[in-house]
Design a protein around this ligand. Structure first.
Ligand SMILES: [Zn+2]
Length: 267
């Protein structure tokens, strides 16, 4: 229900009249943030909006920490991701690569037209990562604003490593990381312990990725039904709300530091 969730914070684009948006955009070193999620299956225990919920929460947490001196506005999250590899399970809504690329280009370019000095995509879905890198380049060639992109779970990975109880492979899709964050932020949407099952993926190639914290130097395309029976990969049974709170603190602080650095570089 977006109608009762807009406008809660100073950094929220969608709850403001247009003149307030332009005032912020025209400040020195202003930063526009575009969160990008997905609607895709996350096993039996998490809702399909997990990536969109988490990236939106992390972006708002980070932007609230930077304080009033840093002009930052956050657009509503783009909830449509690029998720063809999740379609076999059902519950997944996916855009074609070119459609999502065009959507993000249009949102970013019309956003920066208000006068922003920088725009940063913050992604919450591994399957979007290559596309985010691509639009950093395509938008970057079309505007004088600085264009940046990151995927939130690649931030502060050393600190997150120290919080985990799982082995490598346990913090993958719907695993210990995402389930802990959801137990912290939206426990009402997380199913009971007895359905928190995931497969710890043992990647065939030594160079491949098998964890949110370790993408590896090799990309391999596989449909998710080749990884997992439940749709989740990792160790959701090791998740806890306390761990989720710690992960949230670490990752929002790191994002806040990044936003301050972007602001200072462009001021
Ligand atoms: Zn996810």
């Amino acid at each position: 229900m977006i109608y009762d969730s807009i406008g809660a914070t100073d950094s929220e684009w969608a709850g403001k009249p247009y003149a307030a948006i332009r005032d912020t955009a025209e400040e020195d070193g202003s930063v526009l943030v575009v969160p990008v999620g997905s609607i895709e299956q996350h096993g039996h225990h998490l809702p399909v909006a997990t990536d969109t919920i988490l990236v939106d929460a992390v972006v708002h947490g980070g932007s609230e920490q930077v304080g009033a001196d840093v002009p930052v506005l956050v657009t509503p999250p783009v909830w449509t991701g690029f998720s063809p590899h999740h379609l076999p399970f059902g519950g997944t809504l996916s855009l074609e690569f070119d459609h999502l690329r065009a959507l993000l280009e249009d949102v970013a370019l019309t956003g920066v037209e208000n006068g922003f000095d920088a725009v940063c995509f913050v992604n919450g879905h591994g399957g979007n990562a290559a596309l985010i890198d691509a639009v950093v380049s395509t938008v970057g060639t079309s505007t004088d604003a600085e264009v940046l992109g990151t995927t939130y779970f690649t931030l502060a990975t050393d600190e997150i490593e120290s919080l985990r109880d799982s082995e490598t492979g346990g913090m993958a899709h719907g695993g210990e990381y995402e389930t802990s964050l959801m137990l912290h932020l939206r426990p009402d949407l997380v199913a009971d312990d007895d359905v928190r099952d995931g497969t710890v993926w043992d990647e065939h190639y030594d160079w491949g990725g098998s964890d949110l914290l370790d993408a590896g130097p090799l990309s391999v395309y596989r449909s998710f039904d080749q990884y997992s029976d439940s749709g989740a990969i990792g160790s959701p049974e090791l998740a806890s709300a306390e761990k989720g709170a710690s992960i949230y603190d670490v990752v929002t602080s790191e994002l806040a530091a990044l936003l301050v650095a972007i602001h200072e570089h462009n001021a």
